[in-house]
Design a protein around this ligand. Sequence first.
Ligand SMILES: NC(=O)c1ccc[n+]([C@@H]2O[C@H](COP(=O)([O-])OP(=O)(O)OC[C@H]3O[C@@H](n4cnc5c(N)ncnc54)[C@H](O)[C@@H]3O)[C@@H](O)[C@H]2O)c1
Length: 343
Amino acid sequence: MNTLEIQGKAGSSTIYLDSRMEAVKALINGRRTVIITDENVFRLHSARFPIAAETIVVPAGESSKTLKSAGDVFRSLVDAEVDRESLVLGIGGGVVTDLAGFVASTFLRGVAFGFVSTTVLGQVDAAIGGKNGVNLDGFKNLIGIIRQPEFVLNETAMLDTLPKGEIINGTSEIIKSGLIADAALFDLMEQAAKTDSPYDTLDMGKAASMAAAVKVGVVNRDVFEKGERRHLNLGHTLGHAVEKVAKLPHGYAVAVGMIAAARISRDRNMISSNDVERIINVVTAFGLPVAIDMDLKKSMDAIRKDKKRQSDKVNFVLLKSLGEATVVPIAFDELEEVLRDLR
Ligand SMILES: NC(=O)c1ccc[n+]([C@@H]2O[C@H](COP(=O)([O-])OP(=O)(O)OC[C@H]3O[C@@H](n4cnc5c(N)ncnc54)[C@H](O)[C@@H]3O)[C@@H](O)[C@H]2O)c1
């Protein structure tokens, strides 16, 4: 079985790539286990859950990533008599793994936890890296903790039941991973993008595994986001604004943000116009947007509020090549120009 390892001050984690849910049983290794999942994953996949354990089912979607639902889960853990030897197993997408990781990291000052990751976004990003948290008053991930899951298990076949929109959403992060750190992954996406049916051509297990390896590599080098981990934010500074103002799903908004970052990189002679075209072609082929008609003032206001802001500039991830990133402070005026071009 193909595995990746995260080692560091926030704990260690083994990521099982292209694995099978059944393999979790050996990882649980007889411990008292409570499963946290959401209603969609429970409906579609609970017949294959690896053990007959107490199962907490939360509503699907972002509304479950709150202190209120964390409180409900804490109470269920008390009822289930979870102790320090127990294991919390999150089976689901990023919402479930963020919530399960947060609850497990704080209950009894921390019990062991592991994830079975069931969305593309989860398999390449959300379940990996030890960031666990919930939202507060509309602010995403405001309350949280960095602590590694003992294991993350990815099964590609689980993605067969995912709605197309969720697959497209996660694919945006795969393209991002290639752009920031793995030229071979970008090539893989580009080869598939050139065919009539990119999603049928793409070996999703391989692409997701390569993207997971990018995240693991970055996290191992910078677990507390002091430097390189910021590269994972390619497309995200602007993406968060697009997500808020134009109400686009996260991955779609990040795609627009990546195009903006590519154009700024070109304007600074870091990559060529041809490189920008290649990125646009790949993003488009995988069903993601490259332009967006949104309110300029509202977008700039949202970016100004972004937590990565520094006075009249914002830290932006740019591309040195298709496979290498760097962080550069960008003046708001320059950003406004690029936003205008995106419309
Ligand atoms: N911790 C991190 O480092 C990190 C990184 C990126 C994103 N995130 C978080 O991840 C969350 C988004 O994750 P997501 O995109 O996986 O969303 P999600 O967990 O809401 O899942 C998307 C939808 O797919 C459904 N679903 C999940 N697995 C399925 C399957 N196999 N078949 C059918 N339906 C399935 C879910 O019920 C949900 O409706 C956000 O809250 C975001 O903040 C966290």
